[in-house]
Design a protein around this ligand. Sequence first.
Ligand SMILES: [Zn+2]
Length: 378
Amino acid sequence: MRKRSFILLTFLVVSTVIAYLVYQEFFTSEDIYLKIEKNYYVSFNSKFVNLTIKLYGLTEGGKNITLEVFDGNSLVNSTNLFLTIGIKAVSFRLPYSIRNPLLKIRWDGKLKTIGIELNDKTIVRVEGRHIVLVIKKRNFDLFKDPLDWIRKLDMAYEAYAELVGDVPYNGAKIVIEEVDKYPGGWAVAGNPIKWYSPYIPDAIKQVNEGDWLFGILHEIGHDFDLDYRWVWNAEFSANFKMVYVAEKLKAKIKEYGVWYDYSDPNGKTLDDFYAMMAAKTGETNVLKDWLRHNDAATDKFLKVKNMIGWEPFKKTYRAWLNLSSDEIPKTPEGKLNLFVYYLCVFSGKDLTQQFIEWGFPISSETVTKVREVLGSQP
Ligand SMILES: [Zn+2]
């Protein structure tokens, strides 16, 4: 008995915290305890309200339970189940347009009615092929066409995979989740990508203008640095890869109020953006800090991309993926040198002098290795 009370108390404490976080509802009596999770669900081929009811049986012997969902006075869905000690979960798909769902629970001649609140804070789960957006209803409703944006992010995911040759999180969908607690930036990479709630409405306005959204493409870019094995500066690495995505998909991106529109043959590109950033810090010709001035460094790598194309970069990322952990350089300089070495090998061009002129610390060993490999080629 004491153990059971303790379990119940634990349920209550844990559930209260969760209820606060994700707007769950729960109900408890001496013989059953239940938790209700609800969200809107939208995908390319369906939309509905998802209701999941988790029942925790607290007494031995078991009991018959009937669950009914009403919309006002009309019965929408119902099910019967037999609950013994343990947990059972039941999910209902309710019409997306449902207004005031009521859950009625009947057991042992008892009846409990719970009003389920769907409001502007209820979470909407927008499910794409690779990307899932988890966002409050009031923000979701600001989108002109949320699935159009999810489709763009799905395509971006595929382009990143094509560039580096692998996917993060073993291919699990990447969730972009609205968070109320400041995650440490406008958005923060990972799975989920945490997107700070107060910034979302303005971002959606930009999406409605056709913007693919630099910030979110950038965070997905971080996720495609996989275990960061080739990364000497994370911002450089995320942004550089993003340019491939923008070029490949003819994306339209607004940054600092300026459009970089790859669908317009005369439009500015991110190459222009990074050239401008390098000029701003006086690093058009030589870097002042190759490691920390990531925008100026991105400008130089984009110039290399324009000389040799993306293929040597694709081969470079794949070569890194084939390294065993003890072959991966540990220092930023070591990573840079191996990266440039691969670019030279796969492009068949000695780029070392160009990188040295720009102020990158390319070692004499790398220069020698590149000359040996390229010199021996027919
Ligand atoms: Zn970043």
